[in-house]
Write a protein of this length. Structure first.
Length: 454
């Protein structure tokens, strides 16, 4: 309303020149302004007069000063704060870009990799702030600004400044103004005086839920019903609304939304490694700068590696291999023992493949929880991989051909005293026995070189 802008301009004096109102900022009105002395653009946020009437100016400015000490790449800093009559305001840098709220309103669900990158930046800011004993208390898409490929958290300390300066007993009456119902933790909804940094982690869970599912965990009701749902109802799994959400990420978000603070992640620092792991190629998410692809479905990999399924597939493949070997023995004249050797190799390969399937299944089941195998398996377990099992089987069968060729040649040399390659089939062997009248037909191997003329 023009009247508020005029009053704020008079209160700011000649130091700032208001340009236009940018829209509501939750508990504040937001104006774009120019800092005259430095010639830079800033944002001036002012509390509405009806809210600032019960605010202690001294306590408000003291809380703002604590938040102003935060200096971090993903935190929008507070430059200054002031008051005059019933107006309270604070000044922040103007960030080129848009809010996460505007992006969600335009696009709805975000790609998993993009949502994870935003979560990483938000958690990085929270970890820094919590380390300096500053709790945000109002994490929501409106307070996350997107600039380039980075996310910044704004309004640190403002919700606490208003709450502390109005007195804790008025928190429930101001309810919606001091915390957005869709992102408020159960302890905030019940005006628990012992709200700590874990309330921010609950709000991060609600924020992640909306980025991935296009809606917060509890929505579509009035404010009182939403607050009651935060206290009494369990959120639906993210995978019910969007099947492409990895199960590990689903569990991570639901743990953030636990009703009791003790059941949630205890620190933002605990969440950061989990998010970083999911952003790496081994975590199943496309790296930054590449085209989005579906995340690895480790549950499907675990089902595919079930020992019974592996044994059944191995049995079918064994029949096909034995059919090929038998045809080679009959048509090419390979020794009969080649077929028996193939049977022996397949008999040895069956338990190896089943054990490999067991170990690969265990690795996939671990990955479904979002955990990362930072150290390679030790002992024999490290040898049971699909790559090594298939490579070993291929090399074993590849060795049958030279073994058959040179074995026949050696047998013929020992029997007839010359380097030759007889027909090593059973029929030929019987014809070369001492009781046979007809001598075996011997094919020289390798064939003799031609003699020179003259």
């Amino acid at each position: 309303m023009p009247e508020l802008q005029e009053r704020l301009q008079q209160a700011l004096g000649a130091n700032y020149r208001l340009e236009k109102e940018l829209g509501g900022g939750g508990m504040s009105r937001v104006f774009l302004a120019e800092e005259v002395r430095l010639g830079r653009r800033v944002v001036v946020k002012v509390l509405p007069p009806e809210m600032s009437m019960g605010v202690s100016v001294d306590r408000f400015e003291r809380e703002i000063q604590l938040a102003a000490k935060l200096q971090h790449p993903h935190v929008v800093p507070l430059l200054t704060a002031g008051s005059k009559d019933d107006l309270l305001w604070y000044v922040m840098p103007f960030i080129e870009g848009e809010s996460l709220r505007a992006k969600l309103a335009r696009e709805g669900e975000l790609p998993v990799a993009e949502a994870l990158r935003i979560l990483r930046d938000v958690l990085d800011a929270l970890a820094y702030a919590h380390g300096h004993h500053v709790v945000h208390r109002d994490i929501k898409p409106d307070n996350v600004l997107l600039s380039g490929k980075h996310a910044l958290v704004t309004d640190f300390g403002v919700a606490k400044a208003v709450a502390e300066s109005t007195g804790k007993h008025t928190l429930t009456s101001m309810g919606v103004a001091l915390g957005t119902p869709a992102y408020m933790s159960p302890e905030q909804a019940t005006a628990d005086p012992h709200v700590d940094h874990r309330a921010d982690l609950y709000a991060v869970g609600a924020l992640a839920y909306e980025m991935l599912c296009g809606r917060p965990p509890f929505a579509g009701m009035n404010a009182q019903a939403v607050l009651a749902a935060h206290i009494t109802e369990e959120p639906e799994p993210l995978t019910r609304h969007r099947t492409m959400v990895p199960s590990g990420l689903n569990e991570l978000v639901l743990r953030c939304l636990a009703k009791k603070p003790a059941d949630r992640w205890q620190k933002a620092d605990d969440l950061l490694p989990q998010i970083e792991a999911m952003l790496t190629p081994t975590g199943g998410i496309t790296p930054t700068g590449t085209a989005p692809v579906p995340a690895v479905d480790y549950e499907a990999l675990a089902r595919q590696a079930h020992p019974l399924r592996v044994a059944a597939l191995f049995g079918v493949a064994s029949l096909a291999v034995l059919a090929l070997v038998y045809a080679a023995v009959m048509l090419i004249g390979l020794p009969d023992w080649v077929f028996l050797g193939a049977v022996a190799l397949l008999a040895i390969g069956l338990p190896i493949m089943v054990l490999t399937g067991h170990h690969e299944r265990q690795r996939a089941l671990v990955r479904t929880t979002g955990a990362v195998l930072r150290t390679p398996p030790s002992g024999l377990q490290r040898h049971f991989t699909w790559r090594k099992a298939l490579l070993g089987g291929g090399l074993a069968f590849a060795g049958l051909w030279p073994a058959a060729t040179w074995g026949c040649a050696f047998w013929a040399s020992a029997r007839w005293g010359r380097w030759s390659r007889p027909a090593c089939s059973t029929k030929a062997a019987e014809s070369s026995s001492p009781t046979s009248v007809t001598a075996p037909v011997i094919r020289r191997w390798p064939p003799p070189s031609p003699r020179p003329f003259g």
